[in-house]
Write a protein that binds this ligand. Sequence first.
Ligand SMILES: C[S@@+](CC[C@H](N)C(=O)[O-])C[C@H]1O[C@@H](n2cnc3c(N)ncnc32)[C@H](O)[C@@H]1O
Length: 203
Amino acid sequence: MADKFLDKVYGTTDAGATRKLYDDWSESYDIEIAENGYQTPARLARAMAQNCRDLNQPLLDYGCGTGLSAGQLQTAGFSTIDGADPSAGMLAQARKTRHFRNLIKLDLSQPLPFDTGDYHAITAIGVISTGAGPASLMDTLMDKLPSGGLFGFSLNDHALEDAEYLAGVARLQDAGHLARAKEYGEHLPKLGLKSMIYVFEKK
Ligand SMILES: C[S@@+](CC[C@H](N)C(=O)[O-])C[C@H]1O[C@@H](n2cnc3c(N)ncnc32)[C@H](O)[C@@H]1O
């Protein structure tokens, strides 16, 4: 039987340990996550599409993992999707899908390898959370969008209990970016976990 990872993922403490966990998880991720009824990608993809004026403009799925979230973005209508992730194992799985125009291997010790305005929309689905991406990603990723661009992300119940992540959302609101969608709903229902999805339009 394949190792289970969902019980370990929220406890990792640094970027190296997180990358190793996702490398080790990459081959069984889709199965384990489907067994637990993962809903957030479909919910956020729909909210992004409802608020996007041009579904053909390039979208970056940041923390794309195996490509599962990009599959939902395609189903929602997005046609030009790049993916970025620090885990080589996850990217190897993503490469097997037909969801991506380009895949970017992230080195988290370096600045992000794309320019402001390269993408009209950025998603971070199941990425900004304890055991994965820090709250500061909300600022960093929003900075990379042009005015009018869309930033969609989710915070699961663990992140919603952490003041640092809530402060990140407050910073986006205080900076004057428009909250286009905010909805609390199912995340991993078999684990009893929910998530808030957000779509912000850059000021
Ligand atoms: C729970 S998976 C979500 C993958 C995909 N978005 C989905 O919904 O299935 C989290 C992903 O974020 C990546 N990740 C973790 N920390 C990150 C960081 N600081 N920046 C970018 N990606 C990160 C992991 O390698 C992993 O592929």
